[in-house]
Write a protein that binds this ligand. Structure first.
Ligand code: SAM
Length: 249
């Protein structure tokens, strides 16, 4: 697993490559009707645009969700009724899941797209644009803060998971936020049967390896390679990981 991060140390790309191909948010016809996304040109912060790791995560979800959400990735063994996206930005990934739920699955799943307060109006705007008000809800969620009751594992003799699936795209990019993001991931998984965590990540800075080496104390970090656009994203140093909590309650 360590080799995933080898060979990148010399690459320092100060600015992210945004996804500018907004004209086709049907992902090559895999998502119809196509996703509509309003970007604000960065007015509300870096999350106001679509980022490449979000695009990867959508591609993966669409490829692996023929019958139910991620049914092809889990061999139909796991149901994802409550989905939480961290650092949603425009909401691209959560909206993609919400559209699948609305148009195809009808499984009664709810998707929570979350971000800092400034991004919530943009998230709400995009939810309205895609008409997924029933499937997708926007919430403020600051990494590192105590989780709200909507997301924290439920108290009891044994803490059980509240959220089934956590999605995060391009959330590892700001060194000072690394411990905050780690705290939130630990809090979400501090339970029996922790949620599945899918994290899409674009390698930009040397410092990113500090995030991954730190979280490897508590999570196995497995790279997912079995999807058709793997090589395409690899060329753009964009990866998909599953994080599996090692020691739970
Ligand atoms: C690079 S953007 C990625 C946006 C989106 N996931 C995508 O792939 O297009 C990172 C997102 O993380 C959010 N973020 C940064 N620090 C945060 C924090 N401390 N708590 C919650 N969200 C945060 C930003 O507001 C931004 O929307």
């Amino acid at each position: 697993m360590d080799t995933i991060f080898g060979g990148f140390e010399d690459l320092v790309v100060p600015r992210a490559t945004e996804h500018l191909g907004q004209t086709d948010l049907s992902f090559g016809g895999k998502l119809l009707p196509a996703l509509k996304i309003c970007e604000d040109g960065g007015e509300s912060g870096c999350g106001g645009k679509v980022w490449i790791a979000g695009e990867l995560l959508c591609e993966y979800i669409l490829e692996k969700s023929l019958h139910h959400l991620l049914s092809e990735a889990t061999h139909g063994r796991r149901q994802f009724k409550k989905v939480l996206e961290l650092g949603s930005g425009t909401g691209l990934v959560g909206l993609c899941v919400g559209l699948l739920e609305k148009n195809t699955f009808h499984d009664g799943s709810k998707v929570y797209v979350t971000d800092i307060d400034k991004l919530v109006p943009l998230l709400e705007r995009n939810i309205e644009l895609d008409k997924v008000q029933y499937e997708v809800l926007a919430r403020e969620l600051w990494w590192g803060e105590p989780l709200s009751v909507d997301f924290s594992p439920q108290e009891g003799d044994l803490q059980t998971n509240n959220v089934d699936l956590v999605l995060a795209a391009d959330c590892v990019y700001l060194e000072k936020a690394f411990p905050l993001l780690e705290r939130t991931l630990l809090d979400l998984t501090n339970c029996i049967s922790p949620p599945v965590i899918l994290m899409a990540y674009k390698k930009r800075r040397k410092a990113d390896k500090h995030f991954f080496s730190k979280i490897k104390r508590n999570f196995d970090v497995l790279e997912i390679t079995d999807f058709s656009k793997f090589d395409h994203y690899l060329k753009q140093r964009t990866h998909l990981f599953q994080l599996i909590r090692k020691h739970t309650v």
